[in-house]
Ligand binder design. Structure first.
Ligand SMILES: *Cc1c(COP(=O)(O)O)cnc(C)c1O
Length: 366
């Protein structure tokens, strides 16, 4: 059997991409908010519910960093966040000179709103949750707590592209929602990302941050860096956006194949999707009884050329680089789930027969 990786980037039809980049050889406009950049922002705005401005970035991490920076929090302020996420979320907070305060997670892998309030101090400026595996956070409760204490909310929505919860798009939660369009995500621009914000002034602030604060040849209005998306990325996005619905449907079939078989396995716990969520089927996390069993399955699959991923393990609070600098007690649930979880391969073109083979192999091995 050929090797199967945990994910595989979707590619639009080759001719469509080539046809669209041809004009770039005439106009030589490769970046600096070109025509395709403008077009992708417009199309994404519509796709993401139509109510938020969409500001494109060179990648998801810079989108997250600049989303945080755009809020202007005082240096040293605290941001309550989840440790059960990709390291980017935590790094983005720290690289802004802010202190991450880790909150435990609940059984749906998202931040535990019952443990959130007790972490709030006079230094707390914001809450930064993540919609893990596309499981939309308890947005109502997070919103209530944020209002009560006057906190900002920034969602790392990297896993939730295309999702809606009770009819509202994932882009529309919190003060800002941030997406990654990395090649491994459901929707991608090779590398890329976006910040979705309700106000035009925020869009302008983000524009300045990602473009050196330059508004015209003679006018630099603020201090900024460079985090712009280029035209080749934007074209990839425009092409991929045409196929996103089909993409999600194909992923759904893969996940249904897994579920049909693995729901029979008593010692495996599957991810529960909320009824109110239109799901993007980005990931398939399976929870095993303990770390030993999880690692056993990981190794056995690997021996057959199937690459699953211990996603997320370890939790970001335990990353070696932080060297005990940040408090990381009372994260029992996050650590426990992180030791037991395994993300199985999911991508649109994963052969259903292979998905069935993987699920049956696991059921026999467990
Ligand atoms: C992918 C991802 C990011 C970072 O995005 P890049 O586009 O790779 O920079 C941040 N947070 C989460 C949860 C992610 O999955």
């Amino acid at each position: 059997m050929d090797r199967i990786f945990v994910t595989q980037s979707s590619m639009p039809p080759y001719e469509e991409y080539i046809e669209m980049i041809k004009p770039l050889w005439q106009n030589h406009c490769l970046t600096n908010m070109g025509e395709y950049h403008r077009q992708l922002e417009e199309e994404l705005k519509i796709y993401l519910g139509g109510r938020r401005e969409v500001s494109l970035f060179v990648n998801g991490h810079m989108a997250l960093e600049m989303a945080i920076q755009s809020m202007g929090f005082p240096k040293g302020a605290e941001v309550i966040t989840t440790p059960f996420t990709f390291i980017s979320t935590t790094h983005a907070i720290i690289r802004n000179g802010l202190t991450p305060v880790f909150c435990d997670i609940s059984s749906d892998f998202t931040i535990d709103v019952l443990k959130l309030e007790e972490l709030i101090t006079e230094k707390t400026a914001a809450i930064l949750p993540m919609h893990v595996y596309g499981n939309i956070c308890n947005v109502e409760e997070i919103d209530r707590i944020a209002r009560k204490y006057g906190l900002k909310v920034i969602y790392d929505a990297a896993h939730a592209f295309g999702e809606t919860y009770k009819g509202k798009n994932a882009a529309e939660f919190g003060d800002l929602s941030v997406f990654s369009f990395h090649a491994t995500k459901v929707f991608h621009t090779i590398e890329g990302g976006a910040v979705c914000c309700p106000y035009r002034e925020q869009y302008d602030t983000l524009y300045n941050l990602k473009n050196f604060g330059i508004r015209s040849q003679e006018l630099t209005v603020s201090i900024g860096a460079n985090a712009k998306m280029n035209e080749f990325q934007a074209v990839m996005g425009l092409c991929n956006l045409k196929y996103i619905d089909r993409e999600i449907q194909k992923r759904k079939k893969v996940i249904q194949a897994y579920e049909e078989i693995l729901s029979e396995a008593e010692t495996i716990t599957l991810n529960v999707r909320k009824k109110e969520v239109f799901c993007n089927y980005a990931y398939f996390p399976a929870l095993f009884e303990n770390e030993e069993k999880r690692d056993h399955i990981y190794d056995r699959l690997m021996a057959y050329g199937v690459y699953s991923r211990k996603y997320f393990w370890p939790i970001t609070a335990d990353a070696a680089c932080f060297k005990n600098k940040y408090k990381r007690d009372r994260l029992e649930n996050a650590r426990d789930l992180s030791k037991r979880v395994l993300a199985l391969p999911v991508y649109a073109d994963l052969d259903l027969k292979k998905a069935v083979w993987i699920a049956e192999f696991i059921r026999k091995e467990i």
